[in-house]
Design a protein around this ligand. Sequence first.
Ligand code: DAK
Length: 258
Amino acid sequence: MTDFSTLRTEVRGRVGWITLDRPEALNALNSTLVRELASAAAAFDADEGIGCIVLTGSDRAFAAGADIKEMETQSSRDMAIDNPFAPLEQFSRVRTPVIAAVAGYALGGGCELAMACDIILAADSARFGQPEVTLGVIPGLGGTQRLPRAVGYYKAAELVLTGRMIDASEAERIGLVSRVVPAADLLTEAETMATAIAAKSLPVIYAAKEALRASQETTAAEGLRFEKQTFAAMFALADQAEGMAAFREKRSPDFTHR
Ligand code: DAK
């Protein structure tokens, strides 16, 4: 993979790791980072040897939001036409499951970046929030859409309208994160979860993610139709036959991703 200036990548087994690395700005999302993140994720997504991606930051910050210093001088036209955050829309559409392993601050665009992933695993040091209104703007990367779907309208409204930061245990209680772990265990826990996902059949995992995404983007009736058709399509896979034979024969399945 290419050398990046704002992040590091690594492959361990079938898991692709992306570590945001702008410590001087608490991993604030500037245009270079956003471009590099989309490019790194697209490269993992195109690689059949990768079955899960883990996105993480540092102990102090997953990402403290969009880069305010870069954004400050931009115009309404820059945002609407040039849209420096467009690569994050590509990131949110990768087929491969993405686990956000969050320690420290995940604020504004950083919280929205975590919500663009499929699973959010939080260290007990994690802090989430949508503080945009305190800067005179509103969330622009999904905070007004994904947060209400994740935690319900009234809790999301409180967080977006006040800009209040919440800690990891509150984030778990309201359903934003799937699990809170001691900070020292975050990456090990993320690796265990990612390795379990990556061991499954790749086309099955892609299909499961696509159907889950449909639940967020379509009506329930359309989503149920999509699920039924996708479920039937799984019976064309060698891995469906292997998974069920392995159950009958009381052994672990040997998936070939076919
Ligand atoms: N941008 C730029 N630099 C940042 C930053 C940010 N978001 N957050 C922190 N930094 C920098 C600080 O300026 C400081 O740099 P120096 O002063 O040392 O040069 C360094 O990181 C360390 O930060 P602090 O000294 O402030 O550290 P503290 O521990 O005291 O405080 C903090 C940590 C996270 C509470 C604080 O830094 C903070 O409040 N940061 C800002 C958080 C924030 O408001 N985030 C939301 C940004 S708005 C769009 C879509 C989406 C968006 C925009 C457009 N379109 C589709 C067009 C998204 C908008 C946002 O995310």
